[in-house]
Ligand binder design. Sequence first.
Ligand code: SAM
Length: 261
Amino acid sequence: MNSPVGEMLVCTGRLLHVARVLTCRAQMKRYLSSASGSSNDDLANAMGKRATWENFYKTQSEQGTKQFDWFVGYEEVVDLVSPYLHKPGKSHRSHLVALDLGCGLSNVALKMCLSSEEPMRIVCADIVMTALETMRQQYQSTRGAVRNSESQLLFTMADASQLPFRDRCFDVVLDKGTTDVVIRSSGGSDLAKTVVQESLRVLRCGGHLLQFSDEDPDIRLTLLNDVAIRDRATVTFKDISTPHGMEYFMYVVQKGSERTD
Ligand SMILES: C[S@@+](CC[C@H](N)C(=O)[O-])C[C@H]1O[C@@H](n2cnc3c(N)ncnc32)[C@H](O)[C@@H]1O
C-alpha cells in the first residue's frame, strides 16, 4: 500500500489503535480508582486482588462488553507470537497446544484459533468465571468462521499459581499482563515466581513462555532468570514500545532439555 491514500489509511489505523489502547487504559484506571480509593498504592494493590477482577468482569458483562485487551490486542501481537506457534517436529500430535494464562476478555486466543491454517488447541484459563463465560459465548458465536475445523478453544477456571494441568502438556504459554497483576498481590514476588515455575512445568521441553508486560527488564529478567535456571531455560526479551511512548516488553522463556537429577 504505497499510494498516499494507502499511507493515510495505515496512519489512521495506527491512530485509532493508540486511541483504543488509551481508552482501555483510562477505563481500567477509572474502574480501579473507584474500586480502591485513589492513591497509586491502592491502585496497585487492587490489581492484585481476585475480587477486583471479579467485579471488573461483572461490570463489563452488565455493560455488554465482550472484548477488552490489556496492553495490545491480536493485531499487534500476531507477528510477534507466530514464530513460536509450532509443535515439535517428532510429535505424534496433529495440533499445537497453547495456554492463554489469565485470558480475561482478550481477543488474542480467539483470533489465533479462528485464523490459523494449522490446527490449534488453545486452553483459555482465568481465575474469574464471568470472563470465561463471556469468552465462551464469543467463541460459540464465531466458531463457524474457524479456518481449520480441527482447531478448538477450551475454557477452564484455574489459578496460575496452581495449574490443573499435567507436566509438559503445552507447546506455548501466553501470559499477557497476568504475572504483572500477580506481582501486585500480597506476597506478590514469591507468587509471581510460582506462576513462572508453573508455566514452565506445564511447557514441553523446547516450548516457549511468552510474557507481555510493562515491567522493566531490570526487574523482570531477574525474576525470570531466577526460575529459568532450574529448567535450563533461556530468557530473552524485545522492546515492543510504541512510538507514542507506551513502554511494553515481550519476554521469551524457552524451556531447556529434561533434568536428569
Ligand atoms: C491484566 S489482566 C490481562 C487479561 C488478558 N490476558 C489480556 O491480555 O487482556 C490480568 C488477568 O489475570 C487474571 N488473573 C489474576 N490473577 C490470576 C491468577 N492467580 N490465576 C489466573 N488468572 C489470574 C485476571 O482475572 C485478569 O483476567
